[in-house]
Design a protein. Structure first.
Lengths: 127, 454
């Protein structure tokens, strides 16, 4: 399980947070959660295709107990959609969690660590 | 010609002033109001169990009261809403009463029914419909639990029928959210029901505005530079070739490519198959263009034939649940909070009321998302939240009785239990399934407000 001590990222860290090069939004469909990730630039999108694998996302959210994580790609829109199946402990009307609908997952996703890319500045400037 | 459709409610509980503001500022042809999440249907069904006249979105009746002056004076906008919940006729009766009282008795109200399958489940089963769970294939007969509600997601056709029948206001129960927009568009442009690409474009427009301010700057991480206090609700401009998403001039919020993309993928699965009762939408070819300030053009949605089945959202009761919380303050708050949770657990066990599910979260320590963070060492305050679920109501009632005594019979440094015992609620399990289209018959009834019975 990926449990993290919260530490401030430093300028020379070996990793970046996903939120430095993308935004995200999450929601529910029954017991499944989805997290949409929108890259800030084409360079960032290409990097995410390589690095933001469904395996990495599944490992990061291991505490949710999802049965699988599927990644769908929308290259036209520089966006990806992650579907975390059976991740919501029964969903809106049954889950005992404070976040019954996975509303926090998009925000949590922005902290996902990725290897620091060489062209970070390019990735952060929109298109 | 371009049709302007605004949506001023994204769920039951959304801002009550939004519809009036959008109507005043939006130059709308149609106003849609979307009230029904999966959970909302179950809550409304429970309300109907207690009172046969209830079970619809009461907010809509208040909203309608706010809109009366413009309904009286202007021919537009026409209103399409799923405020009917599990009781569309009851909603129509209440709306009619509101209108008749204010001198609008001649306003035509159309009601769409036929989505409610709660009394038809045995018949459907007999007709060879297994009602198998869409997620795991399990047949429903194995569940044997009291069904709270079962509703098919109807499409846009009965909405078009109601509009063609002269309805100024169309009230539905469960319809696909996007169909609230597709209905007006098809009615106005007369598109065929196999004009898949156009139906796809209209469905995308409906999907983009269905959650209200979520496409105009709400629910964004980049919130600092956006005026959300006065956020404008969304408008879809639809014509024969394209859709533009925008908001009223002068309103707060923002519409740009990012807000539109974030909402486009919101609560979707495979973007190549966004399924609605009207069309199977392929979003992968969509392109967006920032046309001007707060105007984004959407093109390129593709459609394939609509699914042969209607999706049905079924909810059954799976025991009872409750939650309670306390603030735990001071140097060892994390350890103490876990200790308090353990005391509650043991007291329940001693009372032979151990609950099947016992869930502990330390809010403020990073446990809002399970398994993500270790609590920081230097935390000085945490909210202990415990939630339980059990088939036996008595066990859950015993649980909610455990909180107040902790103030005197637990450790020091606890507070926040001044509001009395938490309510015990039914735990409702969600069962998505499919029913062949031919077994579902939507029904449309259009009458002037003065002729809807109380």
């Amino acid at each position: 399980m990926a449990r993290h001590k919260t530490t401030a990222s430093t300028k020379h860290a070996a990793t970046i947070a996903l939120g430095e090069i993308s935004t995200a939004r999450s929601g529910d469909k029954g017991n499944h959660a989805n997290i949409g990730v929108v890259a800030r630039s084409a360079a960032a999108y290409d990097f995410l295709c390589q690095e933001l694998t469904p395996q990495r996302v599944a490992q990061y959210f291991a505490g949710l107990g999802a049965s699988s994580v599927v990644r769908y790609e929308l290259p036209n829109l520089l966006a990806m959609n992650f579907v975390l199946e059976n991740a919501l402990a029964g969903g809106a009307s049954l889950s005992l969690r404070i976040d019954t609908q996975g509303k926090l997952l998009g925000t949590a996703m922005l902290d996902l660590p990725l290897p620091r890319p060489k062209n970070l500045a390019e990735m952060q400037s929109a298109g | 010609m371009t049709l302007r459709i605004g949506n001023a409610a994204g769920f039951l509980g959304d801002q009550l002033d939004a519809p009036r503001q959008l109507v005043q500022q939006g130059q709308l042809d149609y106003l849609t109001l979307e009230y029904l999440a999966e959970l909302t249907m179950a809550i409304l069904a429970r309300a109907r169990q207690k009172d046969p006249r209830a079970g619809y979105a009461r907010d809509f009746i208040r909203v309608l009261g706010n809109l009366v002056p413009s309904l009286y004076l202007e021919p537009t906008p026409r209103i399409v809403t799923n405020a009917g919940g599990v009781n569309p006729r009851g909603c129509a009766a209440a709306a009619a009463g509101q209108l008749a009282q204010r001198g609008c008795g001649d306003v035509q109200i159309g009601v769409v029914t036929g989505d409610d399958l709660v009394d038809r489940l045995e018949e459907l089963h007999r007709d060879g419909c297994p009602l198998a769970n869409l997620d795991n294939g399990q047949p429903f007969s194995e569940t044997r639990a009291p069904v709270v509600c079962a509703n098919a997601y109807l499409g846009a056709r009965p909405i078009v029928e109601a509009l063609a029948g002269g309805a100024r206001i169309v009230i539905t129960g469960r319809v696909a959210d996007a169909s609230l927009t597709v209905g007006p568009v098809v009615h106005q442009f007369g598109w065929e029901w196999d004009d898949w690409d156009r139906l796809a474009a209209a469905s995308v427009a409906g999907h983009l505005i269905e959650c209200g301010a979520q496409v105009t700057g709400g629910y964004r991480h980049e919130w600092r530079d956006i005026n959300l206090e006065n956020v404008g609700y969304p408008i879809a401009e639809v014509d024969d070739t394209r859709v533009v998403i925008t908001k009223p001039p002068g309103s707060g919020g923002i519409v740009n490519r990012t807000t539109v993309v974030e909402q486009l993928v919101y609560e979707t699965g495979d973007p190549a198959h966004y399924l609605t009762p009207d069309v199977d939408v392929d979003m992968t070819g969509i392109t967006l263009h920032d046309e001007s300030k707060d105007r984004v053009e959407v093109r390129g949605a593709r459609g394939r034939p609509a699914p042969a089945h209607f999706k049905v959202s079924l909810t059954y009761q799976a025991g009872f649940m409750a939650s309670g919380q306390l603030v735990v303050y001071g140097r060892d708050c994390v350890e103490r909070a876990r200790g308090v949770a353990e005391i509650v657990r043991q007291r329940l066990a001693r009372a032979k009321a151990a609950c099947e599910e016992f869930h502990v979260e330390l809010l403020g320590a990073g446990e809002g998302v399970p398994g993500m963070h270790e609590p920081p060492d230097d935390l000085r305050e945490v909210v202990l939240r415990i939630a339980v679920r059990d088939r036996r109501q008595e066990s859950v009632e015993r649980f909610v009785e455990q909180f107040a005594p902790l103030i005197t019979s637990g450790p020091a440094g606890l507070a926040g239990y001044a509001t009395g015992r938490s309510p015990v609620r039914p735990a409702l399990a969600y069962w998505p399934t499919l029913v062949p289209r031919e077994l579902i018959e939507p029904h449309v009834d259009v009458r002037p407000a003065s002729e809807w019975p109380d």
